[in-house]
Ligand binder design. Structure first.
Ligand SMILES: Cc1cc2nc3c(=O)[nH]c(=O)nc-3n(C[C@H](O)[C@H](O)[C@H](O)COP(=O)(O)OP(=O)(O)OC[C@H]3O[C@@H](n4cnc5c(N)ncnc54)[C@H](O)[C@@H]3O)c2cc1C
Length: 472
């Protein structure tokens, strides 16, 4: 059966398990993919041929971009007969159209390469996250990725004007026009964005470029509580307007973990504080003065306890490494649970307090590192085993406790009207959680859309929906 697929992509267009281990690995070392074949098409037409072949032969397809997804959406962990379709050979920038303010890219373009292409054209592509050196735009759109500049520029969905995709019957949807307005019925772009490869394969996208700003400012502020971080966000916005592009929460616990794992990355403050926010702002000439003045006021009122302003690019980079290396520090430090919670901004403090209380009731010796995107209400809550116990030992002997921890965070999220997946998606990891917390009406409509577009469930079977619910 797989010979037909190999013939479509040619000799250099496929890999098997033996020569392509990386396609079967999970960035957090929890899952292993079981697929036997990876196909690497070079063009939209080849992707269409592959999908048509798979539709006729009822072969499941798992789209794969950068493989940095953390919910196992890109890994066939439950079936060997799904084929992995990697977009990595489709990585061309098709066009930079400055008059339209867009860049048209193929789905396999690495996010950092799109940022560089925008920069060379004198513009900015603001989607940005710690995995940007490896993740690809197809995966970013399929998960509606967020990252650190959502506060000002929105998430992947907000930055995408057009899309090209292969639908489950093999037809090519060409909707790449750079239109800011288009009121002609259902918007297929928005259906495909965030669908995690379950409704089609994104092959290209038209993305919005933003203007560069002449002045920017990066500052790390020390604070007493997460509620103070929210107050600071509101106060600065009121004082200087919508110039804040990132507003990232860090904690003393998190910086201690970071310093232990990466001894060169150290807090710039001489004394520790309980909480910090890393702020990035960009705007017209005069922005630095205005913002420094506004920050001075917050120090005077004791809302901000201390602040360090980056005076050079290298100082800016050092401050940003404290935030960007946090996911890797958590992984290397043996986190047993990593939430991707979003709550209304007004509930951030309640979410953190209630989570800490609920986890202490399970085991008061757990270490908890809450950090994330305050401006988006998106808090990642990482939990570590009690001292003396490793992640492996806990997975082996206390799997039930890990599940209780995960569910306690889910329950707190739910009680705060939050979402169990702010920016990572559902993948295969959170399918049961979605069934549990998703509203009945939403789940019914999702199933109806899935069966209408992909009646044989060939598109990423096992992701978003339970495998048995829509089988091929
Ligand atoms: C260190 C680290 C930091 C991270 N930080 C962030 C962050 O700040 N914000 C954030 O949102 N995420 C973050 N992530 C998660 C991850 O990087 C993002 O979800 C990213 O958008 C996934 O892109 P990818 O190319 O790696 O996709 P993959 O992992 O390859 O795929 C992700 C999902 O999209 C589907 N898919 C992939 N390509 C296509 C396509 N062309 N068409 C249809 N479906 C497709 C896959 O089947 C899978 O379901 C982080 C991950 C790591 C490891």
């Amino acid at each position: 059966m797989f010979d037909g697929l190999k013939a479509i992509v040619g000799e250099n267009g496929w890999r098997n398990r033996e020569n392509a281990q990386r396609y079967f690995e999970d960035p957090r070392d929890r899952f292993h993919g079981l697929s036997q074949l990876v196909v690497l098409p070079k063009s939209t037409e080849q992707v269409a041929e592959i999908v048509t072949f798979c539709a006729s032969n009822r072969i499941g397809i798992v789209p794969y971009s950068g493989g940095t997804g953390v919910v196992a959406g890109q890994l066939s962990i439950d079936r060997e007969d799904n084929v992995l379709l990697s977009l990595e050979r489709m990585d061309a920038v098709r066009e930079v159209a400055l008059d339209d303010g867009v860049i048209v890219v193929e789905a396999g373009c690495i996010l950092a390469d799109i940022q560089s292409a925008a920069d060379e054209a004198g513009m900015v592509f603001p989607l940005s996250m710690a995995s940007e050196g490896s993740c690809r735009i197809g995966g970013n759109l399929a998960t509606n990725a967020g990252g650190i500049q959502v506060l000002r520029y929105g998430n992947a969905r907000d930055l995408c004007l057009g899309i090209e995709a292969i639908m489950p019957d093999g037809s090519i949807l060409r909707e790449l026009a750079a239109l800011r307005k288009n009121s002609t019925g259902y918007d297929m772009r928005h259906l495909l964005i965030g669908s995690e490869g379950t409704l089609g394969i994104i092959t290209a996208a038209t993305l919005q470029l933003k203007q560069k700003n002449p002045e920017n400012l990066t500052v790390l502020c020390a604070l007493s509580t997460p509620a103070d971080a929210v107050s600071l966000l509101h106060q600065l916005r009121a004082d200087v307007g919508d110039v804040l592009s990132a507003f990232e929460l860090l904690s003393h616990v998190g910086l201690e973990i970071l310093e232990r794992i990466f001894p060169n990355e150290i807090s710039p403050f001489s004394e520790p504080h309980d909480w910090y926010v890393l702020i990035e702002a960009a705007g017209a000439v005069g922005l630095r003065d205005k913002l420094e003045q506004a920050l001075g006021d917050t120090i005077e009122s004791s809302l901000v306890l201390d602040a360090v302003v980056a005076e050079s690019e290298s100082q800016r980079d050092a401050l940003w490494r404290l935030r960007e290396m946090m996911p890797e520090a958590n992984r290397l430090s043996g986190a047993i649970c990593n939430s991707d919670t979003s709550v209304p901004i007004s509930k951030i403090e309640a979410f953190i307090d209630e989570t800490v209380r609920a986890l202490a009731a399970i085991d008061s010796a757990l270490t908890i590192n809450c950090y994330g995107h305050v401006g988006d209400g998106n808090i990642h809550c990482n939990v570590f085993p009690p001292p003396g116990l490793s992640k492996a030992e806990m997975l082996d002997k206390q799997a039930d406790k890990i599940e209780s921890i995960r569910m306690a965070i889910n329950e707190t999220t739910h009680s705060c009207n939050g979402s169990i997946s702010a920016e990572h998606g559902i993948g295969r990891l959170k399918v049961t959680d979605l069934q549990h917390y998703g509203s009945a009406a939403k789940l019914t409509v999702m199933r109806q859309i899935k069966s209408a577009l992909d009646p044989h469930n060939i598109m990423n079977p096992g992701a978003l929906f339970p495998l048995e619910e829509v089988s091929n």
